[in-house]
Design a protein around this ligand. Structure first.
Ligand SMILES: *Cc1c(COP(=O)(O)O)cnc(C)c1O
Length: 393
């Protein structure tokens, strides 16, 4: 056997490999306990092994896993209807990941303009700091040198604009081939970077003026992460397409592309597909996640908990003004922006040594994505650890 890693070494993986999870905690085999303020990157939205998800998974797991999209799938139909009921959407495509949801959004965009007799319109405007996934289309949409290096020629049709250059720069980038604008309401990988106030409604207005589709990527900021089921509800903007994944499966691989009826009409029989997407097992779990996050009071609790955590972090910013530049984000999607004379990684490693799990995002940010079900005791525990680590830094 060669000494090459049995799993492709595309990640710099930390030890330990965890053996068990419960609520906001992860455990190793030898009983070490970590407070998880990353939630598998916004995936374990209800924490680890939430009883309702475990019950749903085991019950469905002993009944039926997969039949294929050759057959009607009641769990998927129910999940789609509930997503439509809870959002702007009229129709849903299920898949298994964020990348696949983005891939579908790109295909639906191209197909839509072909369908309405404007086949030249295919270009999508995206933004600096964006992350949309790892497929050929998604890295072209992400558009960074790092994502594209070694993978040229890239998929054509993505134009990049800097958010800081404002809405005029976006309008300046529109030409007669532009089909859509794709944006994360709060950039995740880019460093927990909310779009400026009014930006999304300005984008909506531009889309209306120029006949473009507005695609919101809520793969990280969606599913009640910000204290609204979808983050764009904060600004009363209605997208044409919205991608979700991460939290909707609570740890089971599940993604979805939500569309309006107007846009969805172009996706006729056979125009797109998936073997696994929306299978009975995945959509049973998706429904179980919705049972909890759509319940009365859940979002307001997330908002409250998020405000408390943000306040506590802002307190630490005041205590360590030479290290912390800014606390940003919304709900339980928060970032500590570190000043240039320090690095986020150093702080993250110190936190990990003290058994608090967070991770790095772009522009020197410590990314904090706790399970949505944490309470004040978890916040106190985490903030005490962050305080100690900052002290040592
Ligand atoms: C994670 C993420 C993706 C990609 O999702 P995968 O499930 O990793 O393919 C796309 N967009 C955003 C905003 C993300 O956070």
């Amino acid at each position: 056997m060669s000494d090459f890693s049995a799993v492709l070494p595309i990640y710099n993986r930390k030890q330990p490999s965890f053996a068990k999870g419960e609520g906001a905690y992860l455990y190793t085999d030898n009983g070490d306990k970590y407070l998880d303020f990353l939630s598998g990157i916004a995936v374990n939205a209800l924490g680890h092994c939430h009883p309702h998800l475990v019950n749903t998974l085991t019950e469905q797991g002993s009944k039926l896993w997969h039949t294929s999209n050759v057959f009607a799938i009641d769990n998927a139909t129910k999940l789609a209807e509930r997503l439509c009921e809870a959002t702007f959407a009229d129709s849903v495509f299920f898949c298994n990941s964020g990348t696949e949801a983005i891939e579908a959004a790109v295909k639906i965009t191209r197909r839509y303009f072909d369908y309405i007799g404007q086949p030249d319109k295919h270009k999508i405007i995206t933004f600096d700091g964006a992350f949309h996934g790892r497929s050929t289309a998604a890295i072209a949409a992400t558009g960074t040198a790092k994502a594209l290096e070694g993978f040229e020629p890239r998929l054509q049709g993505f134009d990049k604009v800097k958010v800081e250059n404002g809405i005029a720069a976006v309008e300046g980038a529109i030409d007669d081939k532009t089909a859509a604008i794709l944006v994360e309401p709060i950039q995740g990988e880019g460093g927990i970077r909310p779009m400026p106030d009014g930006f999304l409604s300005d984008l909506r207005a531009l889309c209306d003026k120029h006949g473009l589709l507005l695609i919101l990527d809520e793969i990280q900021c969606g599913i009640s992460r910000t204290g609204k089921f979808l983050a764009h509800e904060y600004c009363n903007v209605i997208p044409d397409i919205c991608t979700i994944a991460k939290g909707i499966g609570g740890g089971f691989p599940l993604g979805a592309t939500l569309v309006t009826a107007q846009v969805g009409e172009c996706m006729t029989l056979g125009t797109h597909g998936t073997t696994f997407g929306g299978n009975p097992l995945a959509t049973a779990v998706g429904n179980a996640v919705l049972d909890i996050v759509l319940a009365d009071g859940f979002d307001s609790k997330v908002k409250q908990t998020g405000n408390l955590l943000k306040q506590r972090l802002e307190g630490l910013q005041q205590k360590y003004p030479s290290i912390i530049d800014e606390i940003r984000g919304c709900g339980l999607m928060l970032g500590i922006k570190i000043k240039d004379s320090y690095t986020n990684i150093d702080l993250i490693n110190k936190l990990f040594d003290r058994k608090l799990i967070v991770n790095a995002a772009g522009s020197n940010v410590v990314r904090i994505l706790p399970p949505l079900v944490i309470d004040e005791s978890h916040i106190n525990e985490a903030c005490d650890i962050i305080d100690e680590a900052l002290e040592e830094l």
